[in-house]
Write a protein that binds this ligand. Structure first.
Ligand code: NIG
Ligand code: FE
Length: 395
């Protein structure tokens, strides 16, 4: 007997569940499927002709359906515009971490309402592109008050909030970076930890070195935050090693990697989160996803939405680029943008469709998920259902 308020989604041509016990192949694909949703959770999944009654019935008319995308890496709390910097890059200039400081100045000058409006606009774009869970970071305030308020605003929109006081050393500390690390690990962390689930550090050229990164992550862990690391984006360095040593949930970017890095990742619980929007918008070489997957590394895809290196909210765009430029198969890219993102956020209630999971669902104006890469630049998102149930966040 279906419960009150149940909804049956029927006529699904091809349903990606990401659960190989529910359907065929690694994506667990079910053809001619139906899903019954009750109280925001999946109650039943199976062949359409076995679907019972529900209070509401929606016919997908043969469309494909996938789990909602999980965007595990974004920077949505900022003000200002860097389109001129992008234009200069496209005319030949390189990308440097220092560009972050211009967004810091604009963010500090913005009111809470301006920052909230910007966040809500981008959150709306994410939802329209099929993202049903997103993470977002601080990192454009870099004072105690501005980091605290950006995280407080972030927490109004998502439970996946990350303290990134260690984005770059702000101008006023340029002569004394150690004093800034002391602030990040001291007073700023104390103010921010109540609003954050994660701690992140940009461990790269022009930002923080490995020792500083270790110290920052350790301080965050002591306050109950779980690490994630911006690693190996601008050059090869120790970021991935630091992430794995710290048992970080994720090492993000991983643009420059050696076989040793891949071995470290493959032997760890750290997910490699690849951000093709950043390589696209900085005209950089793409990470070698093929080599990573073949080495046994768990890979996630995320937007990295931010005003400097990747101003996109489109997961379908990231999937298309990952398939075309990073030699991921369409199946691997879809998995990475859903179940991979969930793994990078250590969530078992999202990224997969089976009874008891959140009913975060996206229907496509296409007969299969392959069209996400096959039809680049075309909006094939039909409808997005975001679960009304409370997220299950454990750490
Ligand atoms: O993930 N790498 C560091 N942070 C952002 C870029 C921030 C910016 O340029 O404003 C990133 O790409
Ligand atoms: Fe980032």
């Amino acid at each position: 007997m279906p419960s009150t308020g149940s909804k049956a989604l029927v006529g699904i041509g091809a349903l990606v569940t990401n659960d190989p016990t529910v359907g065929t192949g690694p994506l667990g694909i079910l053809r001619d499927a139906a899903v019954v949703v009750t109280d925001g959770l999946i109650e039943w999944i199976g062949p359409g002709d076995q679907c019972g009654d529900a209070d509401d019935r929606i016919d997908l008319a043969g469309r494909a359906m996938i789990p909602g995308f999980v965007d595990s890496h974004a920077h949505l709390l900022f003000a200002g515009d860097r389109s001129e910097e992008f234009a200069a890059r496209m005319a030949g200039r390189g990308y440097e971490a220092g560009g972050i400081r211009s967004t810091v100045a604009a963010t500090r000058a913005a009111s809470d309402d301006e920052l909230r409006a910007g966040l809500n606009r981008l959150a709306g774009e994410l939802l329209a592109s099929g993202v049903t869970t997103f993470e977002t970071k601080s990192g454009y305030g870099l004072t105690v008050a501005d980091e605290e308020r950006t995280l407080r605003l972030a927490a109004e929109a998502t439970e996946e909030t990350t303290y990134l006081g260690a984005h770059v050393v702000p101008e006023e500390f340029a002569d004394d970076p150690d004093a800034y690390v002391a602030l990040v690990t001291g007073e700023m962390l104390a103010a921010c930890a109540p609003h954050a689930r994660w701690i992140d550090v940009f461990c790269d050229r022009g930002a923080f070195d490995a020792d500083q990164a270790r110290e920052i992550l350790r301080a965050g862990m002591d306050r109950g935050l779980t690490p994630r690391v911006h690693a190996n984006q601008l050059q090869h360095g120790d970021g991935i090693r630091v992430a794995v040593e710290s048992q970080a949930a994720s090492a993000d970017h991983c643009t420059h990697t050696t076989d040793d890095d891949l071995e470290l990742l493959a032997g760890s619980t750290t997910v490699a989160t690849l951000l093709p929007g950043a390589e696209f918008s900085t005209r950089s070489p793409y990470p070698d996803a093929r080599r990573m997957i073949d080495a046994g590394v768990t890979v996630a895809l995320a937007t990295d939405c931010n005003p400097g290196s990747s101003f996109t909210t489109s997961m379908p765009f990231c999937i298309a680029v990952a398939v075309r430029e990073m030699r991921m198969t369409p199946d691997e890219a879809l998995w990475a943008a859903t179940a991979g993102g969930a793994a990078a956020l250590r969530r078992d209630d999202i990224g997969m469709l089976s009874p008891g999971k959140r009913a975060d669902l996206v229907s496509l104006d296409a007969p299969s998920h392959v069209h996400l890469a096959y039809r680049p630049g075309v909006n094939i998102i039909d409808r997005v259902w975001r679960s009304s149930a409370s997220p299950r966040v454990t750490s």
